[in-house]
Design a protein around this ligand. Structure first.
Ligand code: E4P
Length: 217
């Protein structure tokens, strides 16, 4: 499963990238707002660090405007993935931009049918939002599983990019289901290395080592 970082925090992306944890990056207008940076500048900086797909989202609501914005965003770097919303106009933009050879990430997906029409429109990635479904007491992971089955039934090549990931368990379950990609904030990715028994075991080893009075260095 590929790891994308859901952030525009350049320092955090660089730290994870140095560890080989970054196969790509996703951003959205809320993430750009949080960064306090200009979208073109921060996206260019991210693309100078990460060689995999970097999603930059259009902000207009009509297909023609989305296409124009998508073309402009795609000029930032060859690894830009244009992110469009899962609306009818977004699908029109997806079809045109993917027809031009650009990678397209169709975002804000909350149903299997939405994932189906995005694949039909040539999406490179479909982004089902797990956490936001869980927030309204629906089952985000079940959606990932259902899309996996439907895409496999018909051989759709659109990659399932599990998004709105909030917990380490979301990551585990996405890997078990077979999501192609998961995107998560840096803190969630760093949290994947944690386990309470690792902390407890290490604490005991440190105490016992001190009692030996030995040194390695
Ligand atoms: C994905 O591309 C989105 O940017 C993101 O995963 C949304 O996550 P949130 O629901 O935690 O805001």
């Amino acid at each position: 499963m590929k790891f994308f970082v859901d952030s525009a925090d350049v320092a955090a992306i660089a730290e994870l990238n140095d560890l080989g944890m970054v196969d790509g990056v996703t951003t959205n207008p809320s993430i750009i707002l949080k960064s306090g940076r200009d979208i073109m500048e921060v996206t260019k900086e991210i693309c100078s660090i990460v060689s995999g797909p970097v999603s930059a989202e259009v902000v207009s609501l009509t297909a023609d405007e989305m296409i124009a914005e998508g073309r402009k965003l795609a000029e930032i770097a060859p690894n830009i993935t244009v992110k469009v919303p899962l609306t009818w106009d977004g699908l029109k933009a997806c079809k045109v931009l993917s027809g031009e050879g650009k990678m397209v990430n169709v975002t804000l997906c909350f149903s299997v049918n939405q994932a189906l029409v995005a694949a039909k429109a040539g999406a490179t990635f479909i982004s089902p939002f797990i956490g936001r479904l869980d927030d309204i007491n629906l089952d985000g992971l079940e959606l990932i599983s259902d899309i996996r089955q439907v895409y496999d039934n018909y051989g759709f090549e659109t990659q399932i990019l599990a998004a709105s990931i909030r917990t380490a368990n979301h990551v585990t379950q996405c890997a078990l289901i077979g999501a192609d990609v998961m995107t998560a904030p840096p803190a969630v990715i760093k949290g994947l290395a944690s386990h309470v028994l690792t902390d407890k075991g290490l604490d005991q080893f440190v105490k016992d080592w001190a009692k030996t009075g030995q040194k390695i260095l």
